[in-house]
Design a protein around this ligand. Structure first.
Ligand code: GLN
Length: 224
């Protein structure tokens, strides 16, 4: 039997707000349609993890408290996640998971949660409003409709390196100023969209295709 597609769900038990685990279920469904079984591993506190054992990494959203717990464990995995991303492998990060790829997240209680510092952006809280509600935005793959609920405002530090995932039509996205949603870097997508986001079949199918390509690449490399 052929090897299943392997998905690492980072801290599934702690980072899973507003239906984010549905993203992984939708991908498993679409991959099954294309003839691939999937194996989903929850990589939680204290566990060993090598990103190159996987064809896709998923990181969902979380409350500030869970994020502060995860951040202390997550730093062990910085190098493997950085190399995986630099090698152009696919990853989807939602809300708190997205914030973790940047430099830091300053929470509503004034705590600064250190993040992985892999990509040049940071996230800060400002007292006036939480960004909650329906969102709509335009992406390379067409319109996306979803739901956001976050205090953190994300700002790019190096705009030459990062692209926004979408241009806002409704809602906030990264912050109330830029009218942009999420981030793209190589084959990584970061987004504030829950719902889950992959109920938007256009994006789900594009990611499923990237995962199949990554799976073929991994199998070719391991059989060398
Ligand atoms: N706790 C973070 C914030 O409020 C992320 C929220 C989330 O992942 N839903 O900005």
């Amino acid at each position: 039997m052929s090897e299943p597609i392997k998905i690492a769900y980072l801290y599934e038990d702690l980072m899973n707000t507003y239906g984010d685990s549905g993203d992984v279920k939708i991908l498993s469904f679409l991959l099954k349609e294309k003839g691939y079984d999937t194996q989903v591993d929850n990589i939680s506190l204290g566990m060993k993890f090598n990103a190159f054992d996987y064809d896709f990494l998923f990181f969902g959203g979380g409350q500030d408290f869970e994020q502060s717990v995860v951040s202390t464990d997550l730093k062990r995995h910085r190098e493997t996640i950085k190399e995986y991303i630099d090698d152009d492998n696919p990853m989807l990060c939602i809300c708190g998971g997205y914030q973790f790829l940047g430099k830091y997240y300053e929470t509503s209680s004034g705590e600064t949660i250190p993040c992985l510092d892999i990509l040049p952006f940071h996230t800060v809280f400002k007292a006036d409003s939480r960004m909650i509600g329906d969102t709509e935005y335009k992406t390379e793959w067409g319109t996306v409709r979803a739901f956001e609920n976050h205090s953190g405002r994300t700002y790019f530090d190096d705009k030459s390196k990062l692209k926004p995932f979408g241009q806002m039509v409704e809602g906030y996205g990264n912050n109330p100023d830029d009218k942009q949603e999420g981030m793209r870097y190589k084959s990584v997508i970061g987004s504030y969209s829950h719902g889950p986001i992959l109920k938007n079949e256009n994006v789900a199918r594009a990611i499923a295709d990237k995962i199949i390509a990554a799976h073929k690449k991994r199998l070719a490399e391991t059989s060398k």
